[in-house]
Design a protein around this ligand. Structure first.
Ligand code: G
Ligand code: G
Ligand code: MN
Ligand code: NA
Length: 253
């Protein structure tokens, strides 16, 4: 309860910021897009990571308000990059509670309209648990979001229920391999085989496959050999504040 109060105060006091982590094309090495990751700049506690507050925000329902702020901020930032001549698609993490708001699709459309951002520059990262809760409702929403032109990505793939049925059924354009598999793919042959299988399956379903948490050149080399499309991870860069990311974009041009 105390943390919930502090979170609400923090949002009012503009203590939340988005950092951006680059996503790189494995073959060309080019910057393709980025993921927006929420940080709380607490006056006393310093930079607080989502693992310390997302859970509580989900329990109290504050994640809906906070998630609206994240969506609007990320869309505003992507529009600013576009107008600066350095367009970069931005991916936003979506919580179950947000996704299940009855007017969720309208909220997404409103954010895009408010900042005049072309929908294809916004990507929504969903987890398997969101899709499994009410598959019919989820399908309906995903189709509406696809019709808006927003890109849809399945986050943390491999850790949840991983039903192949819904991979086929849902209009998803991207699959993100969870970093727990990437972390051990160069030492554990079973994890290496799982990563290879996920990449093959993504390709068969014509989905873009992204590897998360790539830290080592060896992981990068193996992913490239396996035909993975993109990677994200400390090997390239952690999530950074908007200004250095903007510099990144200008250099990448
Ligand atoms: O960088 P990292 O510690 O930021 O992120 C930790 C976790 O918090 C990730 O699993 C990520 O999905 C989640 N997360 C980060 N930013 C957001 C956000 O804006 N909304 C939601 N719902 N989750 C987020
Ligand atoms: O939404 P998701 O769970 O994918 O959030 C990404 C999380 O992974 C964030 O906490 C981000 O800071 C973290 N992350 C990104 N790249 C790396 C990496 O190379 N290594 C590790 N350990 N964590 C990473
Ligand atoms: Mn994510
Ligand atoms: Na996530």
């Amino acid at each position: 309860i105390q943390l919930d109060h502090a979170l609400r105060e923090g949002l009012r006091a503009q203590q939340f910021v988005l950092h951006y982590q680059p996503r790189i094309d494995l073959r060309s090495g080019q910057l393709r897009s980025c993921e927006a990751l929420l940080r709380w700049q607490h006056p006393e506690r310093g930079l607080v990571l989502p693992s310390e507050f997302i859970g509580v925000a989900e329990e109290t329902g504050f994640i809906v308000t906070l998630g609206d702020w994240v969506l609007d901020s990320a869309v505003q930032q992507a529009a600013a990059w576009l107008h600066a001549g350095t367009p970069c698609p931005v991916a936003v993490n979506v919580s179950a509670l947000q996704f299940h708001q009855t007017d969720w699709v309208a909220r997404v459309a409103r954010a895009l309209n408010a900042h005049a951002l072309p929908a294809e520059l916004l990507e929504l990262e969903l987890t398997e648990s969101i899709l499994i809760r009410d598959a019919d409702e989820a399908l309906e929403r995903l189709l509406a979001l696809r019709d808006l032109g927003v890109r849809l990505s399945l986050d943390d793939f491999g850790t949840g229920y991983s039903s192949l049925t819904y991979l086929k059924r849902f209009p998803l354009q991207q699959l993100k391999i969870d970093r727990c598999f990437i972390a051990t793919m160069h030492t554990d042959p079973v994890d290496a085989a799982i990563v290879a299988a996920i990449i093959q399956m993504g390709q068969a379903l014509q989905m873009e496959v992204v590897a998360e948490g790539v830290e080592l050149a060896e992981q990068h080399a193996r992913l490239l050999a396996l035909g993975c499309d993109q990677f994200q991870g400390f090997l390239c860069s952690p999530a950074v504040p908007p200004e250095p990311f903007g510099q990144f974009l200008r250099q990448a041009r």
